[in-house]
Design a protein around this ligand. Sequence first.
Ligand code: MLT
Length: 408
Amino acid sequence: MIRANPNYSKIQANYLFAEIAARVKACQAEKPSARLIRLGIGDVTQPLPAACVEALERASAEMGAAETFRGYGPDYGYAFLREAIAKNDFETRGCDISPDEIFVSDGAKCDTGNFQEMFDSSARIAVPDPVYPVYVDSNVMAGRTGAAAKSGRYEGIVYLECNEENGFVPAPPKTPADVAYLCFPNNPTGAVASREQLAAWVEWARTNDALILFDAAYEAFIREEGVPHSIYEIPGAKEVAVEFRSFSKTAGFTGTRCGYCVVPAQCRAFDSAGARIPLQTLWKRRQSTKFNGVAYPVQRAAEAALSAEGRAQCKALVDGYLANAAIVASRLERHGLKCTGAKNSPYVWFDCGMDSWEFFDKVLRNAEVVVTPGVGFGSNGAGFIRISAFNSRENVEEAMDRIEKILG
Ligand code: MLT
């Protein structure tokens, strides 16, 4: 008899964005004339930068000619892309990351979901609450947790409290943990961590033989001077941290699919006798077994996003979303709602003063705007809402006009 993985039945609800999609579909069925504006899932809406489109076209033409056609690419990504990433994303910020420590993938969701395969099943996982659901669900699926309590929290996970008091930036836990997932600029709260806060995390990982999985998918939105863009800006991080990046929000690649993770040569886990195991060796083994790389034209488009022209075009895209986020925050603040995020993030996070799903439904039904209920990211998100700035200026302004009518 084929038995299903019992861990899947521990996952209580639908994936958050699947649940939102189901509610939106039901609303559309009831109100077919509704002109919905989507500020829910963080999905980009603006076209790809021209430099990326040109690179895609050129590379597609190469694939159509016998002399330039390419089959399987290198397992960890083409050298042209890994070199461009090392130079533009790390060298420019004083981080010593070499191309062979960079692993090109189809996005940060897959990498952050897959990386837990490198750990023993007994590894104690620490996650912030609220949290991007992928970090938790992938560990539940792998059997690293017990059942979920009524609060939605799983037995066996160390939850790092994030709230208004700590500015939604958690301190390292006092409870023992082997690996901590951190995301800055944060999804869902938009909070950023200072150099001192990240240094405390690196110190924690070094002292406790632990590991940090650092999701920097929203790094391009940082505008404040002094805020670290990479965990590797912190001395000592290369031994204790893996970093995840994505072209999705930076270059509009949510549908094009390209990201990467950095696994430095000295980054380690330990075997049962306490001997060091390089995580890079394990990750290489995993990727070459289970992944066949990203399409050549897509890797060329990602390379183009890192050219001088592409970087300027990406900056303009991100600036547009940041201006939207500033509009969302200023409109909410008019109603006395205190917002986190918006400054270095496409997300605006606020306490809506009622149950998150109730506010979600109210805004969906009465304003025909889709937002994200904060409770979907964890129990500390109860009563909060996340608004995404990924839309056109016109739609964001109209959505906020409609939401303001509800706020009264
Ligand atoms: C989000 O809305 O949280 C993100 O778009 C989800 C993702 O990037 O997978």
